[in-house]
Design a protein around this ligand. Sequence first.
Ligand code: PLP
Length: 418
Amino acid sequence: MRPPSVDALARDIADVGLPHPLLVDAARRAIAAGEPESARRLAGALARSLLQPVVNATGVLLHTNLGRAPVAVSCDSRYANLEFDLATGRRGSRRHHAGALLARAAGAEDALVVNNCAAAVLLVLAALAVDRAVVVSRGELVEIGGGFRVPEVMAQSGARLVEVGTTNRTRRADYAAAVAADDPALLLKVHQSNYRIVGFTESVGVRALSELGVPVVADVGSGLLDAAVPWLASGPPAWVAEEPAVRQTLDDGAALVTFSCDKLLGGPQAGVIAGRSDLVARCARHPLARALRPGGLVLGALQDTALSYLRRDGDAIPFWRMAAVPVPVLRARADAVAAGAGRRVDVVDCESVPGGGTVPGLVIPSAGVALDGDHADALRAFDPPVIARVHDDRTILDLRTVDPADDAAVAKAIASLS
Ligand SMILES: *Cc1c(COP(=O)(O)O)cnc(C)c1O
């Protein structure tokens, strides 16, 4: 029998819903492999590899592989005053919405938004310390997920790294000696984020560093805006206690603070440089700023996040809304999911984690459902894909990270298991 033509086969699998050229690719590969009947499977696999919503039942609130903080983006095809001043009709600045509002919310003089925190650190070093020394403790020369390595970022920026202290102990005198010997442009303090050094340790806080007469840049990473967490009626949860906060770090004397927007800030992927307006302005003037700036979609979503902080409305920020749900509420939802699952499912207490390289070792009590066996693959193949975790041959679905609107889909996915 003659193999079907590529075009006929591609038209045969049109119901997969992909554009014709992609169906042609699948058909061509299937025919080349001598298995024309595999074309539909290949096209389906391609469709599933495209960016799409998933149900996060892992209990990891800031899941790096699932896009960290979930955000709502309202995007219709409209023009916006991205760089246009509606008061004067002249050119405006894209710094005057999200950045200005975040600065206001954090108590900073000014702020500049870039693509992520790695870009923020790179720009600060390039703009303020090229060919100059920057002093960092050896305990803070860390690597943070996805290859952000402090010494490598520093090398790219053109700043010269001056290491002080040891892995576990760095003292004020170590910094003071480097200030005297190397005439540094900056002292850089990097939050260790995803790991802890415990035991015989010593480090120097931002307040003490700020007394040494050199601007202190604190890369706090997670973007906890205020240690008092005024946007939650219930106040600061126990698990934020050790996380450095933007407002307090600035109060302690940091000249600049850098942080991610898609970790504890709960916004879209972006990074912020906040603090002294003269230093922020120098960062904004540097040629790299143009290459590292986000677009209107991100700035719009970030503006919404900043407005929610200014309204003290943690409920409007999906990360904080999910992080603050009381366990009894999750248990009641788990009861309903179990009842709708049409098979033996246990309601269980479990532990969520903030994730995203923040607060390592700390957990948030939670609740969900569990069933015997490893069903991760089948749940992932469901539409919408449900991402669960497996422990001791039990599949656990933590409801803290699931939008209540998706509970019915979770129950259906479980009911669909063979
Ligand atoms: C997460 C983190 C970064 C990297 O942030 P991205 O926004 O992912 O680039 C940098 N520094 C610290 C301290 C972090 O925690």
